[in-house]
Ligand binder design. Sequence first.
Ligand SMILES: C[S@@+](CC[C@H](N)C(=O)[O-])C[C@H]1O[C@@H](n2cnc3c(N)ncnc32)[C@H](O)[C@@H]1O
Length: 281
Amino acid sequence: MNTLRILLRAGVRELESSGIESAEFEAMCMLEDCFSLTKAQYYLAQHDMADAHAAERFQKMIARRKQGEPLQYILGKWAFFGSEFFVGGGVLIPRPETETLVELAVADIRAHGRKVCFDLCAGSGCIGLSVAKLCPDVRVFLFEKFDAAFDYLRKNAEVFALSNVTLLQYDIFDGFDPQRMPPPDLILSNPPYICSGELASLQKEVQKEPKTALDGGDDGLIFYRTIDSLWAARVGSPLCVMLETGEGQPAAVAELFGEHGFFSRIEKDMFSVERFVISSK
Ligand SMILES: C[S@@+](CC[C@H](N)C(=O)[O-])C[C@H]1O[C@@H](n2cnc3c(N)ncnc32)[C@H](O)[C@@H]1O
């Protein structure tokens, strides 16, 4: 039996030897999870003997991480905009920069009194569920095509337990269908936007995330074209479309929407990268 400190130090060394840059942070996250401790509690208890069962779980987590599995999948949950979301194989891990999209959406809803919001390509539901929680008067519809991602979406929506949320397992290439859904006045989306040819060169951890959440076609823009022509162009005014994009894509996305009479502006993310296209008509 080891103390918590010895266990943690050994875990950090193993991660470092596998080239994991944030070894200290990641090992601490796993330790907190296995021993149900906060970081502060760890410092008070670090010289205590570690429970054998929890220690074994911790070592298994370290081994999975060494194989390149993302920390968030190993923990099975990740924080986004002050809430925890279940994540795992088959669903994209919520990224911190996407929180700005939620902030922009909530500000827009409050300024314009939006009533119906769509989150296209919802994945874990981090965008739509966060917006629905903050804006109880808005009806939020979340669209996701793939079974594995939809299962996480359903699980997360159950935890949020909001009455203003509707989930639809739906292929967004089928477009806006007025028979099946009300017209939105706000569309949000963080769709797949990586060029197909770049997928193989992505970081090892990102390669563990589903290709269906990343692949934006030959030029990375296929989902933006679809949202523009099969959704935004089919819905009347007033409509605001807020899209997260990849680096270097905002100008091309704004141009697409310009062809359907939208006025666009571009917003930066928390790392000062031009990331969001806000288009209104
Ligand atoms: C980049 S991820 C974004 C997930 C989530 N909105 C977020 O920001 O973390 C894109 C999501 O689109 C889903 N998706 C891909 N193709 C789709 C389609 N044709 N129709 C609906 N959803 C799709 C993927 O399964 C994935 O969950």
